[in-house]
Design a binder for this molecule. Structure first.
Ligand code: XIL
Length: 480
């Protein structure tokens, strides 16, 4: 199957459904077996990406930019995968080696390769305690918090529209005890994670925003519970989180747990997608192959499991090469683990994917299909003030992100504006889904094209980010 076809999930799920129906109406056991064999081979994919797409999922790999000149590597990459994650190239040390000086050369190469070959990109990672540039390692407090916000804003804006999902925050939980990991970022205040998510949403409203971690696979582990409770809290408070990434680096010290599927399902039940983001399984032969197959079956059994990414192509590409944890050997040959994964994908799951739009923000590229007449104004314009605006703010020392919900009254809106008054010394640094006039004192935010029209009783959202203290909880909304 062509990789471009692999982008859509809904049709693939629909294609796989009749198979189960056919099987269920056939009576004899032998006939059932024959039906399965025929149906399976008829729709079986022959590559990881195509077979995953048949199940409405993606199959990805970590990619290192410097290996894109290795023809064996690129041959496998282009043949088998339809999602890529830059292995190191989008990390803070790589993208912002000196403060406020951004270098996207290597990451851009990977994104360009992906786009040229019909693959999507997982962005990894915006805020993380590790692989920080030296200058960030030496910051603390407000300076570090502001540097983090700036970093996220700049990088996510550079890649706006090109990223399927961002690992916004990576590895923020401690290995034991279920609490946060100590780090310079954590010491800026416990709200650093939600600030990171709000900032990422502001910069690229079209990307799914994920929290990503390791050793969160076993449902009984305290770390898993800690992350689960954070996600639950974020969903309850409207912090913009769309997905949870499970790195799933499995080895004897951190084995594949038999309750893995339970973990994935429990997270999904919070209302987030789940993704297997850095899969590798140390070992060899049939034991390794069986575990790989089980991981695939678990993902397919969970409707909101979007896909699987392995952390490298050949064993020799792995960050843990001595554990031979990947699907291809050092020569690029398919291992037993590869065959097991492909078979599991082709056998299909019990649960087709649910279609989950990434965010609540409408796309900026699509104009409204019915353009309102411009020549004649409505004879009875909606009264001024026929809308309300409610503010939700995330304040930290020195800065804030405010999300504003505009709700129409009994009449539809054809244009709106919201005025807020900033405290002295505060200013707006950027806004999304609205056009700001002014940056301090009284600031007015006017609709942009795509959110001009709001149905009676309906609502839309915009936001802004600033330095200093956020405006108080009320704002005036004017229709027209
Ligand atoms: C690893 C890379 O694979 C290595 O090349 C690099 O030296 C260190 O980082 N969790 C993550 C990944 O989120 O970014 C890490 O990648 C592996 C563990």
């Amino acid at each position: 199957m062509d990789k471009v076809l692999a982008r859509d999930s809904g049709s693939a799920a629909a294609r796989s459904r009749p198979r189960a129906a056919v099987v269920s109406i056939v009576a004899g056991a032998a006939a059932v077996a024959a039906t399965i064999a025929v149906a399976t081979s008829a729709s079986a994919g022959t590559t990881l990406g195509a077979s995953a797409a048949e199940q409405g999922r993606y199959f990805g790999t970590a990619v290192a930019a410097f290996k894109l000149s290795d023809s064996t590597y690129v041959g496998i990459l282009n043949r088998e995968f339809n999602m890529v994650t830059p292995e190191n190239e989008m990390k803070w040390d790589a993208t912002e080696p000196s403060q406020n000086q951004f270098n996207y050369t290597s990451a851009d190469r990977i994104v360009a390769h992906a786009q040229a070959n019909g693959m999507r990109v997982r962005g990894h990672a915006l805020a993380w305690y590790a692989q920080q540039p030296g200058w960030a390692q030496n910051l603390s407090g407000t300076a570090l918090r502001n540097a983090m916000v700036n970093h996220i804003t700049q990088v996510a804006t550079h890649y706006k529209g090109k990223i399927y999902a961002w690992d916004v925050v990576n590895e923020a939980y401690a290995d034991s005890g279920g609490g946060r990991r100590d780090s310079n970022l954590q010491r800026t205040g416990n709200d650093w994670i939600e600030v990171a998510f709000r900032t990422a949403r502001a910069a690229d409203p079209g990307a799914k925003l994920c929290y990503n971690d390791y050793n969160t696979d076993n449902w009984t582990w305290a770390k898993t519970q800690g992350v689960y409770n954070m996600v639950k809290d974020f969903k309850a408070r409207g912090v913009p989180i769309d997905c949870v990434g499970f790195q799933s680096h499995f080895n004897s010290g951190s084995p594949y747990p038999s309750n893995y599927r339970t973990t994935l399902q429990n997270f999904a039940d919070l209302g987030v997608d789940v993704q297997i983001t850095e899969l590798d399984i140390e070992g060899s032969g049939s034991a390794q192959a069986t575990t790989y197959g089980n991981v695939v079956k678990d993902c397919l059994a969970v409707a909101r499991c979007n896909g699987i990414t392995v952390w490298g192509i050949r064993d020799s590409d792995s960050w843990r090469a001595s554990g031979t944890p990947l699907l291809f050997d050092g020569n690029g040959n398919k291992k037993a683990a590869y065959t097991s994964v492909l078979n599991a994908l082709n056998a299909g799951g019990t649960t087709p994917p649910t279609s989950t739009p990434p965010t609540t923000t409408p796309p900026t590229s699509t104009p409204p299909t019915t353009t309102p007449p411009t020549s004649e104004p409505p004879s009875t314009p909606p009264p001024a003030g026929a809308c309300t605006a409610t503010l939700t703010t995330n304040q930290w020392q020195g800065g804030f992100v405010t999300t504003v919900r505009v709700t129409a009254g009994g009449s539809p809106l054809n244009g709106w504006s919201v005025s807020v008054t900033l405290p002295a010394g505060s200013s707006v640094t950027n806004a999304w889904s609205a056009q700001a006039s002014g940056s301090s004192g009284a600031v007015t935010f006017r609709n942009v094209d795509y959110n001009r029209q709001v149905g009676a009783g309906g609502s839309t959202e915009f936001g802004f980010q600033g330095t200093g203290t956020a405006p108080a909880g009320t704002a005036s909304c004017t229709a027209g």
